[in-house]
Design a protein. Structure first.
Length: 283
């Protein structure tokens, strides 16, 4: 009976993974069909962002630091027990995971880390919030983009957070404040504080829970913190049909004026002076 149950479980798991992969392939093909580059963009704000930031191919000395940070994790064969509060992993079957494998399969890619660094360098936010630290690969890019910025990064899993804290300290990222917490609880506390004080984040990177419900909850909880020039980045907007639905709701929100879909990420801007526009951009 147990053997039959195991077979059924494996079959269902393989089925759902296959369905998820097919969905993402279909979404990516649709993205490629609709996506444009800077030549099709008539918004000066977005055109400048693309040409001066997204498509900047010049080598940066900070890229070497990001590479060393990643290499250090890829050489770490220690094993940790991961507490997963999000939508789960499409790669790992167990919560007991090797740090090197987490960095290789679940962390931000080198190309995306460099782009994230350039985005921070371009906008120069003084206050940054990251929802979902993992091993700090994206955190290091956020911190490097503006060493004078205050970076708050949230992680729900204690063992993962401890590893990222050690790694960030090893590379002297002293502008990062790592907080072990449940994301929604922390954001609820921010909302409560807003009743008596002002709290703003000039850039927020959402990479903590790839579910529609959680994504929209975080979006609504943080809306009271927005300023005209803040930048929000949502990771994995085409992760699933539910995440695409969440992205659609965010795009259509009346306070959202400009969005950029790069397939992997969704950029959100609240610039009141601009007309509402949505861009699908190859980056």
């Amino acid at each position: 009976m147990a053997f039959g149950y195991s077979l059924s479980y494996l079959y269902l798991r393989r089925h759902f993974v296959t369905v998820a992969m097919l969905f993402q392939i279909k979404s990516y093909l649709k993205f490629l069909w609709n996506s444009k580059n800077e030549h099709a963009v008539h918004s000066p704000f977005v055109f400048h962002l693309l040409t001066k930031c997204f498509y900047d191919k010049k080598a940066k000395p900070e890229y070497a630091i990001l590479k060393k940070y990643r290499k250090s994790l890829l050489e770490n064969k220690n094993v940790i027990e991961v507490t997963d509060f999000g939508a789960g992993s499409k790669v790992f079957k167990s919560n007991t995971r090797q740090i090197a494998k987490i960095a290789k399969t679940a962390g931000i890619s080198p190309k995306r880390a460099e782009l994230l660094f350039r985005v921070v360098r371009y906008f120069q936010p003084n206050t940054i919030l990251e929802i979902g630290t993992s091993l700090g690969l994206a955190t290091s890019a956020l911190a490097l983009g503006n060493l004078n910025a205050k970076v708050i990064t949230l992680e729900g899993c204690p063992q993962t957070a401890n590893q990222s804290q050690l790694q960030l300290q090893k590379f002297n990222f002293n502008n990062v404040n790592s907080v072990i917490t449940e994301f929604e609880k922390y954001l609820q506390e921010i909302k409560l504080r807003l009743k008596t004080e002002t709290e703003n984040f000039e850039l927020i990177y959402f990479d903590g829970n790839h579910s529609k419900k959680a994504t929209l909850a975080y979006f609504e909880l943080l809306l009271p913190t927005i300023t005209n020039d803040c930048v929000w980045i949502f990771d994995d907007i085409h992760w699933s049909a539910e995440m695409e639905e969440a992205w659609g709701i965010i795009k259509n929100h009346p306070k959202v004026k400009v969005t950029i879909d790069t397939f992997q990420w969704g950029f959100v801007f609240f610039r009141r002076e601009q007309k509402k526009e949505h861009f699908i951009i190859r980056a």
